[in-house]
Write a protein that binds this ligand. Structure first.
Ligand code: ATP
Length: 360
């Protein structure tokens, strides 16, 4: 059974719809990421679950207990929910020890040892305990914010873009620490983020939010490989989208004849491939004029190369589609980058994905 259930949640600010009929289930001890563009309603959803905002309609149940049900609301401090905002929001006048121990009883004999235990869990040095927040780096402050939110052993942790102000290396390491700490404590977590790579690597359930609605919810693999539509596909990573004629589980497109996950559907529509499904073979020597007619292989000419370190981007104009306006953008190793103007083979691996949109 779901640990957190959000049912038909709605919220307006004046005429602006922030949330519309949002349903979400989160299992005990699991990690959910909510992704979506700026203004799509992610923070509003988190703040209503935390109890900092009220909903106009809908219900929220935590472990079977109603938190929001019509006019009835459990106040934020009675929900047993931890919340870490983007900037950590530490108390600037309190020491690190008192920030972490803020929610713990002052006279409690175990208070000091609990603070030390939390400091250790978030991998901070005990020498920092008497410092003030401004004497810590941004990443260290976010670790303190997490330790403070963990102090009262919440049943659910809400993280609102807690890594977004940090640079990439620090962000990755802090994300791994946070995931480990929450997993060890068995705390169900919802992370809000703009960053698709962060969502896909952190969560075991990803929910995509658009204009106040959850448009698709599923495992990271399912959403990445089987997005419902173009916009979700592009939001979760680079996508190669091509018109195709679909019949009997095969798609005929500018890259040849590809197997497609279409079930019994047939007609003309759009298929999607992820760039890692396309392998570019540099081969100037002997490409016969009818190359590209075989299944899952095509050929083209390199029109641009963008050096990007470990992964580079190669723009290829397909040879068998003279009128094609947009070149394909393929990923390639920096070790054997093709020259601009050279001819290449493109080999497609795995199945193409057909969007849910109706076929013509
Ligand atoms: N207090 C408020 N008063 C009026 N409108 C608000 C308020 N809070 C949010 N909104 C509006 O509600 C919509 C959703 O905002 P929300 O902050 O939830 O989006 P978000 O997806 O978290 O965006 P971001 O990623 O930029 O933080 C936006 O159109 C926003 O302008």
């Amino acid at each position: 059974m779901s640990f957190l259930q959000v049912q038909g949640l709605g919220k307006r600010y004046g005429d602006a719809v922030a949330l519309e009929d949002v349903d979400l289930s989160v299992h005990a001890g699991s990690r959910t990421a909510i992704v979506g563009r700026s203004g799509s309603g992610k923070t509003t959803l988190l703040r209503i679950v935390a109890g900092f905002e009220s909903a106009d309609s809908g219900r929220i149940l935590l472990d079977g207990r109603p938190l929001v049900d019509g006019a009835g609301i459990v106040p934020a401090h009675r929900r047993g929910i931890g919340y870490v905002p983007q900037d950590g929001a530490l108390f600037p006048h309190l020491s690190i020890a008192d920030n972490i121990g803020f929610g713990l009883e002052r006279g409690d004999a175990g208070r000091r040892s609990r603070i030390l235990e939390l400091l250790d869990a978030v991998e901070l040095d005990p020498q920092m305990l008497e410092r003030r927040p401004h004497e810590l780096s941004g990443g260290q402050q976010q670790r303190v914010a997490l330790a403070r939110a963990l102090a009262r052993k919440p049943a659910l942790m809400l993280l609102d873009e807690p890594f977004s102000a940090l640079d990439t290396g620090l962000r990755d390491s802090l994300r791994r620490t946070v995931a480990r700490v929450l997993c060890e404590a068995g705390i169900a977590t919802i992370l809000v983020t703009h960053d698709q790579a962060e969502a896909l690597s952190f969560a075991d359930q990803v929910a995509v939010m658009r204009e106040g609605r959850l448009t698709q919810v599923g495992s990271p693999q399912e959403l990445y490989r089987r997005p419902r539509d173009r916009e979700t596909a592009a939001f979760l990573g680079d996508a190669i989208i091509l018109p195709a004629d679909v019949e009997n589980g095969w798609a005929s497109c500018s890259l040849g004849r590809l197997p497609v996950t279409a079930g019994p559907r047939r007609g003309t529509g759009e298929i999607m491939l992820r760039p890692e499904q396309l392998r570019l073979v540099v081969d100037d020597r002997d490409i016969p004029p009818n190359a590209g007619e075989s299944a899952a292989e095509s050929w083209g000419r390199v029109i641009d190369v963008e050096f990007g370190g470990s992964v580079c981007k190669v723009a290829v104009a397909l040879g068998n589609v003279p009128g094609q306006r947009n070149p394909l953008l393929l990923r390639h190793s920096s070790l054997d980058l093709p020259r601009i103007g050279s001819r290449v083979r493109i080999h497609v691996e795995g199945e193409a994905h057909l969007f849910d949109t109706p076929l013509r």
